[in-house]
Design a protein around this ligand. Structure first.
Ligand SMILES: *Cc1c(COP(=O)(O)O)cnc(C)c1O
Length: 234
């Protein structure tokens, strides 16, 4: 895709994000746009950075590392892929937040390594709402059980919950999943009395519905860069 097309897509997505926020009575600034740049090379990703966008999402460490080297250091990056424990240190060094923390064990590991690095690991807890075998994440029951331990971890900053709902034909069909994630967040809040604020939910196909249901950060790739080649799919 041409540079001008990518920049115009970015503007369209930003506008749709703002409109969806306003529609649901929220300030557009309450919703962050994470531009998912996975599979696209630095030269292509540079178009959105030069257009003033500074928050990018990647799902593979090595690919991200290469890309970061070719882009301004002011860009902030979030990790959205499956993270192996032995890569926790690298991920914490490179990324401002990790959206895909899917077990108590991984969370504990991140907290420990972050402590060694003198920082706090900013994370989202991934929730597998439909208990899909193919997807990672805490079941709601497991999350309830593990939350007290998660909260007690000294170097873990729980930014919110994240989910990747089952693929649907129509964006509207994803609404109930988004509602459910919000309800889970609200009930955890009142159960444990801890402020879990964020909701990382909504992708190209359905981000407006996600915002209407309370998303605080949406993860959007193909609406901006175009379709990824099949080998680049997660
Ligand atoms: C690839 C990916 C996205 C972006 O998907 P699009 O449909 O291209 O917007 C969002 N979240 C996660 C976890 C992803 O892996």
């Amino acid at each position: 895709m041409e540079r001008s097309e990518i920049v115009s897509n970015l503007e369209t997505v930003r506008h749709r994000v703002s409109q969806a926020a306003r529609r649901s009575g929220r300030s557009p600034s309450a919703v962050e746009l994470l531009v998912v740049s996975k599979t696209w090379p630095a030269e292509v990703v540079a178009h959105v950075v030069e257009a003033g966008h500074g928050l990018l999402g990647e799902n593979k460490l090595q690919e991200a590392e290469l890309k970061m080297a070719g882009l301004p250091s002011a860009v902030r990056w979030h990790f959205i892929g499956r993270l192996q424990r032995n890569k926790a240190r690298r991920a914490l060094a490179l990324f401002d937040a990790i959206h895909s923390v899917d077990s108590l064990r991984l969370a504990g590991h991140l907290s420990r390594i972050a402590g060694e690095m003198g920082k706090t690991a900013r994370i989202y807890l991934q929730v597998n709402l439909a208990d899909e075998e193919s997807k990672g994440g805490f079941s709601v029951a497991q999350l309830r059980k593990d939350l007290p331990e998660l909260i007690a971890m000294p170097n873990l900053g729980i930014a919110g919950l994240m989910s990747i709902p089952p693929a649907v034909e129509q964006p509207e069909e994803a609404r109930s999943s988004f509602q459910k994630l919000r309800e889970v967040r609200d009930s955890l809040r009142s159960d444990v009395g801890v402020e879990i604020r964020g909701l990382s939910m909504g992708m190209s196909h359905d981000f407006e519905v996600a915002i209407e249901e309370g998303a605080t950060i949406v993860r959007v790739g193909s609406s901006i860069f175009g379709p990824r080649s099949p080998q680049g799919l997660p």
